[in-house]
Design a protein around this ligand. Structure first.
Ligand code: HEM
Length: 406
């Protein structure tokens, strides 16, 4: 039996994992934290790292999705932080309008990827920043089109989205100034979204925002605040997550040239490959909850009213669940990773994110001749929770034309 880790060392290890110098590879620290699947930290909060335990907690009705520090509490919570029954009403409204719109989008996503690659390489032949040139603009374009947000407003809300997601990181990793700015950023985003909603009310249109505004739910459409908060959630989720899935997937492929060759010859590999990226190097590293009752788990009791962090990325490397967890093996059977969470808050954008990443990686593998990483590891972004490279420079010999001649 492995010795349990002491409370103070769990806190120290967790703080160590969050430190920027470990951003490129926090996994060896997670491996140490995994020795105890649920542990109380020195500040009285809890940390779950075990795959089984995180899965149980995500599905436990005695758990609330409200995990925010009261200092950062917004005026109205989004469905991500809400519990039933409000969560379910909001989620159903989104599902009614979001899910049907993402069906049948694969050809369009393929055309966007092709266009981004073609546009880019004429400017700087032989070099690509996979983040700036593809992984970021692709999901942003798609989410803007879906929601009915003008793409040219990106200048404005792109920076806001960045600042807001930094606000998700543990509060002790943020400066006073960043916390103050977070409140201002929320107000700026609210103002932008209100203007957008007002313009939509005047123009109408067939996009998701129009759908939510005119929703025919039994209890009527969302009120103005829920509409704004939900729109903000979708816009930010569409901005700050898929970018890391595409970038982390490209990194994995370029670190495993055999897989790059396989994907080039067999586009069917894209599906298990993206699932393995979501397990091995997930874009959302952790989530959080609070307890509504005492919960007995992993031989301990988490008392009512506790805050608990769920380290999804550690659960994905739990040796009790996955054989050889640190190896990148797209062929592994039964890859039940926690990359999109689980239970009632399971990611609503999972189908879209998967499609974008599968297509982007397949097109990169098919069209780039002899690609290689310019820097390994690449520079990382500050964010600890929505973790991924800031830039991903790739050099290649040439870009093959799109085989379908578009
Ligand atoms: C690779 C990309 C993505 C990853 C890894 C990801 C991951 C996650 C995770 C882990 C959760 C659960 C959070 C929790 O339980 O606390 C979640 C929830 C959510 N995601 Fe995603 N996400 C991605 C893309 C997207 C996209 C593109 C959208 C929509 C535009 C989206 C919208 C949402 C929403 C609305 C929720 C809240 C669902 C609920 O509370 O019921 N996500 N996502």
């Amino acid at each position: 039996m492995t010795p349990a880790i002491q409370q103070h060392s769990a806190s120290e290890l967790f703080a160590h994992a969050l430190r920027f110098e470990n951003r490129a590879d926090p996994y060896p620290v997670y491996e140490q934290l995994l020795r105890q699947p649920v542990v109380r930290m020195a500040d009285g909060s809890w940390l779950a790292t075990g795959h089984r335990e995180i899965g149980l907690l995500l599905r436990d009705p005695r758990i609330s999705a409200d995990r925010l520090n009261p200092q950062l509490q917004p005026v109205r919570k989004s469905l991500l932080m809400e519990d039933p029954p409000r969560h379910d009403q909001l989620r159903q409204a989104v599902a009614r309008h979001f899910v049907p719109r993402i069906m049948g989008m694969r050809d369009h996503i393929d055309a966007l990827v092709t266009g981004l690659l073609d546009a880019h390489t004429t400017e700087r032949p032989g070099q690509l920043d996979v983040v700036g040139d593809l992984a970021y603009p692709l999901p942003v374009t798609v989410i803007c089109e879906l929601l009915g947000v003008p793409r040219e407003d990106e200048r404005l809300f792109g920076a806001l989205a960045r600042r807001l997601t930094r606000g998700l990181d543990p509060v002790d990793t943020q400066s006073e100034k960043e916390i103050r700015e977070l409140q201002e950023t929320r107000a700026e985003l609210a103002e932008y979204l209100e203007g957008l909603i007002a313009r939509h009310r005047a123009d109408g249109g067939g996009d998701l925002l129009a759908g939510l505004m005119n929703d025919q739910a039994p209890d009527g459409p969302m009120d103005a605040i829920d509409l704004r908060v939900t729109l903000g959630l979708l816009l930010i989720a569409g901005h700050e997550t898929t970018v890391n899935l595409i970038a982390n997937g490209t990194l994995a492929l370029l670190r495993h040239p055999d897989l790059l060759t396989r994907l080039r010859n067999d586009p069917g590999l894209a599906t298990p490959l993206v699932e393995e990226v979501l397990r091995h190097d997930p874009p959302v590293q952790m989530s959080g909850r609070s307890t509504l009752a005492d919960i007995d788990i992993a031989g301990t009791t988490v008392p009512k009213g506790s805050r608990i962090r769920l380290l999804l990325a550690a659960g994905n490397r739990d040796p009790r669940r996955f054989a050889d967890p640190s190896r990148f093996l797209p062929d592994r059977a039964d890859n039940a990773h926690l990359g999109f969470g689980g239970g009632i808050h399971y990611c609503i954008g999972a189908t879209l994110a998967r499609a974008e990443a599968q297509i982007a990686l397949t097109v990169l593998a098919r069209r780039l001749v002899s690609p290689r990483l310019v820097a390994d590891p690449p520079p990382y972004r500050e964010n600890a929770i929505l973790r991924g490279p800031e830039q991903l420079p790739v050099a290649f010999e040439r870009l093959l034309p799109d085989p379908r001649g578009k």
